[in-house]
Ligand binder design. Structure first.
Ligand code: DHB
Ligand code: FE
Length: 265
């Protein structure tokens, strides 16, 4: 066969879908409603919005794929930094900043955070110089810049590079909890199921360096009311952090230290 894995996986998917229809006695009307939802999700999607991903994520599909993909890493006792879902709002070509700069171009009224730490080699513990840290998070209004005409382009997104000791530091905002967009098929389904749309406050990262496996991840604010009830099922214990009060810095009220450990290929 030309595509043995595809052939095997599709046979399995077909079997499960047929079982699902039989078990639930899915009617033609229900089937068409489901197809319509998938079509509308596709029509809504563009480079700024991935409704298909949202639709699957609210059933834990990306979170499950992440867990399966990184199974070995998560089973190790002392593991590289845990991964988490990418989600629909990453944008390529975020602005490159120098160490110590801020990704905040709008919302000066938000709670500012000085975030810092190290990127190290998981096996040797040695620092990784020139690792790239790509960051994105929502504004205090719970919207990513790409969803919000009132924010400057690329607000709250940025890329930083580590120094010789693997160190990094930058300013961002303390993230706020955030409802996934409610105005499409994903939101519609959540409403029909009486489910909330909230993701706990989080900051997204992609940490990468030549010869290392990139880590796509998020950190989560321990104090968030949705920390145990994430609509996208992405929270992992090792990714929960505490923002500490910061003294004597006119640029930030909070501080966050977080180290990233990368595994080599
Ligand atoms: C999802 C993930 C996010 O990080 C986000 O901000 C919104 C939605 C998701 O997986 O559905
Ligand atoms: Fe997000």
């Amino acid at each position: 066969k030309a595509h043995p894995r595809l052939a095997r996986v599709m046979a399995s998917l077909t079997r499960h879908l047929h079982d699902f229809c039989r078990e639930n006695e899915i009617t033609i009307d229900e089937y068409m409603a489901g197809i319509d939802m998938i079509n509308r999700a596709g029509q809504m999607s563009n480079e700024k919005r991935n409704e298909g991903l949202l639709l699957a994520d609210i059933f834990g599909m990306e979170s499950l794929a992440d867990e399966i993909t990184h199974k070995l890493a998560s089973e190790a006792k002392d593991a590289p930094t845990a991964t988490a879902i990418l989600g629909p709002f990453w944008r390529k070509d975020a602005p490159i900043y120098k160490t110590g700069e801020s990704i905040v171009k709008g919302f000066p009224e938000g709670d500012h955070v000085m975030m810092h730490g190290k990127v190290t080699d998981f096996d040797t513990g040695k620092p990784i110089e020139n690792a790239e840290i790509d960051i994105w998070h929502t504004g205090p209004n719970g919207l990513y810049e790409s969803q919000d005409p009132d924010q400057p382009d690329m607000n709250l997104r940025g890329r930083f590079y580590t120094g010789p000791e693997g160190e990094y530091n930058f300013y961002c905002l303390r993230p706020t909890k955030y409802p996934i967009p409610y105005d499409g098929p994903a939101g519609e389904l959540l409403q029909l199921l009486d489910r909330h749309a909230w993701r706990p406050a989080h900051i997204h990262f992609i940490v990468s360096a030549p010869d290392y496996k990139p880590v796509v991840t998020q950190i989560f604010d321990r104090r968030d009311e949705y920390i145990t009830n994430d609509v996208a099922f992405a929270v992992k214990e090792s990714l929960i952090v505490d923002f500490e009060p910061r003294e004597g810095d006119s640029k930030a009220q909070f501080e966050l230290k977080y180290d990233f450990k990368l595994a080599s290929y």
